[in-house]
Ligand binder design. Structure first.
Ligand code: S3P
Length: 440
């Protein structure tokens, strides 16, 4: 670990103020990929200029798209339907979304490609995409240990399938739908639970027919030549998952109040707001009615802290707050009574094993936690003991959730391994300083 790869968090008296969080990570990946394939120019406003999405942009650039960027304003001249061989391994860094979605597109190309990533990404399961892509006719080799990356994909002619996904994963659904662009006929994914629908929205946004019917999502393929669609202007909403840290911190302490402006309000992403309401926070949502109907809804969220009580989080709401569960556990630690998180075994295969890593972070600050195979029970209102050291294990969301927890400790806390925050929220420390006073 680098000397500067840690941060000392000072306890704070509260979270106050207004913030605009950077662009949505999921949306940025998808618009970069589709812009890369479009005919002509796309412009992207509010692109997330964090490592994960920049890697996706680099990947499309290495496959023939022409990219220019000025801050979060990006221009992409697409390849017109198919990619060119990148001539080398694509490095998707830390991003499961980047690798799994790109795998779908690569399966439909007329070349062999390889993708790799950092240590965390090379430990995450890739059989979940190999299986459907091979059913569609691609050959996928997992060159790492135990079904992990590097991934080699022999792209080519694909057939449409009906795929019943064993996991509720937007990444798996999206991988199959994107491969389905290059298949003959209609490809359908059946999900066990509804997951985020950004891929569907982005595809519809370029005029490709995607039908959503309950847990069934279908796409009309164009065959090996791929769809032809024009570039367009995209406006990326602020990332709800980044906003979540401030919303939870504000909800915890009475008298705190935070407003996040221009943030995505897609209902498949915002289940944390229901949880915070159940726990007793005041949550005000002000949708921006000028936002385009069939695109991502945006608006302003204000959360006022009134003291929290424990709750149960599970079932169908899990995919709609999957990335917010570490910080939801922080809310649980500061609530009256116990908070139960269940049906969330997927957390074990994220950037780290988020059940184990978050439980360890909470325990090291004195919070009582029982780890379960599919979640945890957090006993609230334990005193959060400062003076401890937390290791994020290189997981950005654990690092940021731990920073929120540390705000409520009785002495400063050191968090190790914080460089990972750059993968999703490069301005996190600035915003912490802005909202929580002496920190950052
Ligand atoms: C994402 C989907 C989720 C989420 C990830 C981003 C996406 O993963 O955890 O951070 O952009 O599709 P799964 O769909 O695999 O649960």
């Amino acid at each position: 670990m680098n000397e500067s790869d840690f941060m000392i968090i000072n306890p704070s008296v509260g979270i106050k103020g207004k913030v605009v969080v950077p662009g949505d990570k999921s949306v940025s990946h998808r618009v970069a990929m589709l812009s890369g394939l479009a005919s002509g120019e796309s412009v992207i406003e509010g692109f997330l200029t964090a490592e994960d999405c920049l890697n996706t942009l680099k990947a499309v650039e290495s496959m023939g798209a022409i990219v220019s960027r000025n801050g979060d304003f990006v221009r992409v001249k697409g390849t017109g339907g198919k990619f060119k061989s990148p001539g080398g391994m694509l490095d998707m860094g830390n991003s499961g979304t980047g690798m799994r979605l790109m795998a779908g597109l690569l399966a439909g190309q007329d070349f062999v490609s390889e993708m790799t990533g950092d240590e965390s990404l090379r430990s995450r399961p890739m059989n979940r995409i190999k299986d459907p892509l091979e059913k569609m006719g691609a050959r996928v080799e997992l060159l790492g240990t135990r079904g992990c990356a590097p991934v080699r994909i022999y792209g080519g002619k694909l057939r449409a399938i009906e795929y019943k996904s064993p996991v509720a994963s937007a990444q798996v659904k999206s991988c199959v739908l994107l491969a389905g662009l290059f298949a003959e006929g209609i490809t359908t994914v059946i999900e066990p639970k509804a997951t985020r629908d950004h891929t569907e929205k982005v595809l519809q946004g370029v005029g490709i027919k995607v039908e959503c019917n309950g847990l069934f999502v279908s796409i009309q393929g164009a065959g090996q030549a791929g769809h032809r669609f024009d570039g367009r202007k995209w406006v990326v909403p602020g990332d709800f998952s980044s906003a979540a840290f401030w919303l939870v911190a504000a909800a915890i302490s009475e008298g705190s109040c935070v407003t996040v402006e221009n943030v995505g309000l897609n209902p498949r992403r915002t289940a944390l707001l229901d949880v915070l309401r159940r726990m007793g926070a005041e949550v005000l949502i002000n949708p921006d009615t000028s936002s385009i109907d069939d695109w991502e809804p945006i608006g302003t969220i204000t959360v006022k802290g009134r003291g929290l009580k424990g709750t149960e989080i599970g079932g169908d709401e899990i995919p709609n707050l999957i990335d917010e569960l570490p910080v939801a556990a922080v809310a649980g630690a500061m609530a009256e009574g116990k908070t139960v998180i269940r049906d969330a075994a997927e957390l074990r295969v994220k950037e780290s094993d988020r059940i184990a890593t978050m439980a360890k972070a909470l325990i090291s600050l004195g919070v009582k936690v029982e780890e379960r195979p599919d979640g945890m029970i957090v006993y609230g209102k334990s005193i959060v003991k400062g003076g401890a050291i937390i290791d994020s294990r290189g997981d950005h969301r654990i690092a940021m959730a731990s920073a929120m927890l540390s705000l409520f400790a009785d002495a400063p806390v050191r968090i190790n391994n914080i460089a990972c925050i750059k993968t999703s929220y490069p301005t996190f420390w600035e915003h912490l300083k802005q909202l929580a006073g002496a920190n950052g």
